[in-house]
Each structure stands twice: as structure tokens, then as C-alpha cells.
Design a binder for this molecule. Structure first.
Ligand code: GDL
Length: 451
């Protein structure tokens, strides 16, 4: 293993929506990171009010003290602590007093020992107020003015300060849809100080793959290497899922084409062991990259966290379970095989129906066993992160199994099977009903919605 230079940023961006991690969780994270050679933590929880909604207001003495502890904890472990501010929801770019407010926020953080900063303009309105249009002409110019000014001001205070910037169009799909206006990213590339890193999430917000060709084109546009904000394991957009599969879909050569790889992972810290362990290995390895092997190695290391008060969970069963919560666009191989088995059985296509039914029942029993044992985990925070998902997995397995038993007994096609489970329709709720009104239509490079 070669540890990357400290200039290459590898680690975590706490950049998701929802409940920020607790102080204790962050310290656990820093311990993991230090042990694995990850060197950067970006503080950017969307729902810390002082990060975004109340970006003009400094922290109270009590909150500042907590941040100072985090900065110290990072320094003790040789982790860069980066403080991010998101002023984009309502900043008046034309108003010089807004810059003073940003400086005051940076000043407070400098006082706490922080020397690395980020300005984030993601997920904000992508238009300017008429007075700003008059003053700056474009969103890109307005944002670059603010970022360059805060950067040079900070550098006068701390010459070694490092800066990063998240554009309003931060993935290929947003750029293709001209978010931020015509030529937005090219203007950012031209006007943003070349010393400021630019965040990028890949072709999509959650990118299954980030190819070298994609990054090469981007380098030309941005006139620098991008800094990857990786949402591969983020789950804030879907509360029913989590992702504990390996860091994957990125070639090792990517490391030479970006200034860093930062993961914005699952909201539930305990579920990030394998995602971050495998990211750390990806960042350092000098072997060929095999995500499945990295996953299996990391699962072996994670197993002790699944100690229970009574019956143990076997590694093979844990792998089957975690394969059901692998990556956003991909099940783990064992889960995929189970799904295929279920699909063939339900559709009645199987040439060896009885054998397949027995195989399905065996796997379902193993999974149910894991779900049962998870209730007995000693690490309760891990249990709390998992229990809703285990219930729905268990229920769905039960429904399918009962259907298969019924089908096999009746030797009939598709007669409704009796169930005491709450009907799926009753659980869908408003959002799912609204989703069903329109479906995603993908054609070539464009996606759209059709009824
Ligand atoms: C986003 C947000 C991020 C969120 C993620 C996943 C960026 C730059 N911004 O678009 O805060 O956690 O999607 O939902 O990724």
C-alpha cells in the first residue's frame, strides 16, 4: 500500500440532508479514518442551520466549543478539517456587507483552529436577482467574485489555507441541462482562482460510474482537476435504503486525474464501515482493484460489530444480508441471485420448480435469521440504523414464501394468496402515489418524465 500524499484529499464529506452526526459519531469516524489512512473530513451538514439557512450567523460559544473539539480531534489524527459554508440560498452577491459577513464566519472558524474552507453553491436557485444580473452579468461571475474574495482574504490571514468550491451545476446531467445558465461551468473554470478546488459528483448526482473520459473532458472545461464529491453511498434521498457495498465503478487511474475523493455516505454512521474502508483501500492500493474482494475483506473486518447477546451471526449470512443493501444501482451477487430465483418462481418459468422453491426457502430462512439476530446486537446504534429495513425485508420475504407455498399446493397459476400483512397499497403514502402518476423515461443520454 502506498499512502497518498497529504495533498491528495481522501475521506469524508458530511454533506447530506437530515440529522447531522453527533460529536461522538464524528470521533468514531475520525478513528476509523486515521486507522485507514483517510486524511480529510469536510464539515458540511446541510441541516446545521449555521452552515446553510443561517449562514450569516456565527456559532454560539457552546457550539463553537464543540467545533473546536472536532478540529482538535482531527489535528491529533493528522486529518484535515475543512469547514464548509453554503451561502447560496439567499446571498445578495452585489452587497459588499455580505462579504463582511462571510469573512466574519471564516474569522470565527480561524479562531477555532480551522484553516481549510469550502464555499458550496449546490442545491440553490440557479438564477440571480435583477440587481445582481446588472452588477455581475451571470451567476458564475457573481459566485466567482465572492469565492475569490473570501479566498484571498483568508490567505492573507493563513497563507497555507486551502479552498474548495461547489458549483451550482455539479454533475454532467446538470451541466447538460444548463443549470446555472449558458456556459456556466466554462465561466467558473475561467474566473475562479486556479488554486481553488472544484467539487464534482460525476455524470450524475449519484454516479454509478466515473470514467476517465468523463473526467478528462471536465478538466478541460474547469481548467483544473476536479475534486470528487462522491454520493455513491449517500442515502438521504431514500429512507428505505442504505448502501454498504464497496467503493466501485471508478478506475484506479482516476486517482491521478482528480485532486481528491471524498465520500458523502449514508446518514447512519455505523453503516459506513464498509463504504469507507473500501474507499480507503481504493485510495492507497497498488494492487488491481477488485471491488467484490475489497467488500468481502471489509465485511470480515466489520463482523465483530455484529456481536449479539446470544446467537452469533455468521459471516456468510451477514454477506447475504448486506448484499441486499449493496449499491444504489446494483444488488450484491448473492442478493441478485436470490431475486432472480424469486422472479423465476413467481413467474412460474422454472423447469425445476420444487428445487428452486426449496432453495428460495433456505435463503429466506438465512435472511430471516440475520434479521432476528440483528435485534440482539450489542451495538444498539447499529441496530437502530438497521431495524426498519430488516422489518420490510423480512415481511417481503414472508409474502413471497407464502405465495410460493400456496402456488405449489394448489398447482394453480396466480390465485390471490391470503395474507395478514398490511397491503402494500396501504403503505405507499402520498409520495409513492404521486410518483406513480409519472414515470422516468430514459432515451439515449436524456431522461424525462412521461405519464
Ligand atoms: C446532492 C447534494 C448532497 C446530497 C446528495 C444526495 C451534492 C453536491 N449536493 O445533490 O447534499 O446529500 O445530493 O442526496 O451532492
Amino acid at each position: 500500500m502506498t499512502h497518498p500524499s497529504t495533498n491528495f484529499l481522501t475521506g469524508v464529506i458530511e454533506g447530506f440532508y437530515g440529522k447531522p452526526w453527533t460529536q461522538a459519531e464524528r470521533v468514531t469516524l475520525f478513528d476509523w479514518m486515521a486507522g485507514w489512512g483517510l486524511n480529510t473530513y469536510v464539515y458540511a451538514p446541510k441541516d446545521d442551520l449555521h452552515h446553510r439557512a443561517l449562514w450569516r450567523e456565527p456559532y454560539s460559544a457552546e457550539d463553537a466549543d464543540q467545533l473546536a473539539q472536532l478540529i482538535r480531534a482531527c489535528r491529533e489524527r493528522q486529518i484535515h478539517f475543512v469547514y464548509a459554508l453554503s451561502p447560496g440560498l439567499d446571498i445578495r452577491y452585489r452587497d459588499g456587507a455580505e462579504l463582511d459577513r462571510l469573512h466574519a464566519r471564516v474569522e470565527q472558524m480561524l479562531g477555532l483552529g480551522c484553516t481549510h474552507f469550502s464555499l458550496l453553491f449546490d442545491d440553490i436557485p440557479d438564477h440571480l436577482e435583477p440587481q445582481d444580473v446588472e452588477r455581475w452579468g451571470s451567476l458564475a461571475s457573481a459566485q466567482c467574485h465572492v469565492a475569490n474574495a473570501v479566498f484571498s482574504w483568508t490567505r492573507t490571514r493563513v497563507p497555507a489555507a486551502r479552498f474548495s468550491f461547489c458549483p451550482t451545476a455539479y454533475c454532467g446531467r446538470m451541466a447538460a441541462n444548463q443549470l446555472g445558465g449558458d456556459g456556466y461551468l466554462a465561466a467558473i473554470g475561467r474566473q475562479l482562482s486556479p488554486e481553488i478546488d472544484i467539487f464534482w459528483t460525476g455524470p450524475d448526482i449519484v454516479s454509478r460510474e466515473i470514467t476517465l473520459a468523463h473526467v478528462r473532458d471536465l478538466q478541460t472545461l474547469l481548467r483544473r482537476k476536479p475534486l470528487i464529491w462522491d454520493n455513491l453511498h449517500a442515502n438521504d434521498y431514500d429512507g428505505s435504503r442504505f448502501f454498504c457495498g464497496p467503493y466501485s465503478g471508478r478506475p484506479l487511474e482516476l486517482r491521478g486525474m482528480v485532486t481528491g475523493l471524498l465520500s458523502n455516505p449514508n446518514n447512519e454512521l455505523p453503516l459506513n464501515y464498509v463504504p469507507l474502508r473500501t474507499l480507503a483501500e481504493f485510495a492507497c492500493t497498488d494492487r488491481a482493484w477488485d471491488p467484490r474482494r475489497a467488500y468481502l475483506d471489509a465485511m470480515r473486518e466489520w463482523l465483530p460489530a455484529f456481536a449479539t447477546v446470544s446467537r452469533p451471526i455468521a459471516l456468510e449470512d451477514l454477506i447475504l444480508f448486506c448484499d441486499c443493501y449493496y449499491l444504489p444501482q446494483e444488488e450484491g451477487s448473492e442478493a441478485e441471485a436470490l431475486y432472480e430465483l424469486a422472479r423465476t418462481l413467481v413467474s412460474g418459468d422454472s423447469p425445476q420448480w420444487e428445487d428452486d422453491q426449496a432453495a428460495f426457502a433456505r435463503q429466506a430462512t438465512r435472511l430471516r435469521g440475520v434479521c432476528d439476530r440483528i435485534t440482539e446486537l450489542r451495538q444498539r446504534p447499529l441496530f437502530h440504523s438497521l431495524f426498519r429495513r430488516t422489518w420490510s425485508l423480512r415481511e417481503q420475504l414472508d409474502v413471497i414464501e407464502r405465495y410460493l407455498k400456496f402456488k405449489s399446493a394448489q398447482r394453480k397459476e396466480c390465485t390471490p394468496v391470503g395474507t395478514f400483512q398490511m397491503p402494500a397499497g396501504d403503505r405507499r403514502g402520498m409520495v409513492v402515489r404521486l410518483q406513480h402518476l409519472l414515470r422516468q423515461h430514459v432515451s439515449g443520454d436524456r431522461t424525462g418524465l412521461v405519464p
